[in-house]
Design a protein around this ligand. Structure first.
Ligand code: GRG
Length: 290
């Protein structure tokens, strides 16, 4: 199955996502959460989680609460990332950022609410308790101080500094990569996949996560040359080390292709240990970063 066909089988996920906020009592908080949850995110992480279950031939609807929890954590991270104390952005996805549309305190609380509600969702899902414990603890690890938050801290500290390629990789493996890695982890847990399958899925999503970040850096550079051909834009202003600033555009492209081929190799190997795998669906995610 390709990703477009798969999307048509999970159209009710968007409705499920919209309905998930109806129990929030405070109207302003609910509005602020609804604003950021429904303003045009690509849903890469929940889609990857659900696609992993589909590729392993299991019941995709079982993954909805966990996929939504993952999108909640991602949404919180973007709301907080845009705040004046962080990236201080006025726009995201072509629309006002949460703190510009509402106010700073509301944006902080909307982010906090997504962060806590994610764990509530997993705990209240009807997956077996043993899986819940794994899913909750791994989400806390991936989103936490040695995961996404640690990556964000590293990213802030790297501003105006020259960092090595290894340091840059480590920052992004945590900041962007760990939630992507969680997607295949959760898909595998919910599908009762064995250790070998888990490991190969992790290799796939680790490379996909890095490729996702490199692709993002390349897109930023391609969109940010001024008329004199000088690089402008936020990363350049903050003198952030990026794949493109460390490796140049062609070096970054080379790294991107390397990660894509590592991810493809992981899927090849996975097909050998799990012959019924729908590899086309997982490989299709790589088209997004090509
Ligand atoms: C504030 C704790 C905290 C963490 C923020 C992920 C992150 C950490 C910040 C985002 C910074 C950024 C733009 C990174 C580049 C890669 C990335 C995560 C892009 C956004 O993800 P998409 O493209 O977003 O999946 P959409 O808009 O589609 O949901």
């Amino acid at each position: 199955m390709n990703i477009h066909t798969f999307k048509t089988t999970i159209t009710d996920f968007e409705q499920y996502l919209e309905n998930s906020l109806t129990t929030i009592n405070d109207i302003r908080l609910k509005e602020a959460m609804h604003y950021s949850l429904t303003n045009g995110g690509k849903r890469v992480r929940p889609m990857l989680l659900l696609a992993t279950i589909q590729a392993l031939g299991k019941d995709v609807s079982k993954g909805y609460p966990i996929a939504l929890a993952l999108e909640y954590i991602h949404t919180y991270s973007l709301i907080h990332d845009d705040l004046p104390a962080m990236d201080n952005d006025d726009y995201r996805r072509g629309k006002l950022t949460n703190h510009k549309q509402f106010d700073e305190a509301t944006a902080i609380l909307a982010g906090d609410a997504f962060n806590t509600k994610a764990f509530e969702l997993i705990c209240q899902s009807d997956v077996p308790d043993i899986q819940k414990v794994l899913l909750v603890s791994q989400l806390a690890i991936c989103a936490g101080p040695n995961g996404m938050i640690g990556g964000q801290m590293g990213d802030i500290q790297a501003e105006n500094q020259h960092v090595s390629l290894d340091t840059l990789k480590s920052i992004h493996a945590r900041k962007t990569g760990d939630l992507i890695r969680y997607a295949t982890f959760a898909g595998a847990v919910l599908s009762n996949a064995c250790e070998k399958v888990q490991v190969l899925l992790e290799a796939f999503s680790r490379s996909f996560g890095l490729a996702f970040q490199i692709h993002n850096d390349l897109k930023d550079v391609e969109c940010s040359f001024d008329i004199e051909g000088k690089i402008q834009g936020k990363d350049a202003i903050l003198q952030k080390s990026t794949y493109t600033s460390l490796l140049g555009i062609s070096g970054a492209r080379e790294s991107l292709f390397q990660e894509i081929s590592r991810a493809e190799k992981a899927i090849d190997n996975l097909k050998k240990v799990y012959p019924t795998l729908d590899s086309e669906l997982l490989l299709d995610f790589l088209n997004y970063v090509k």
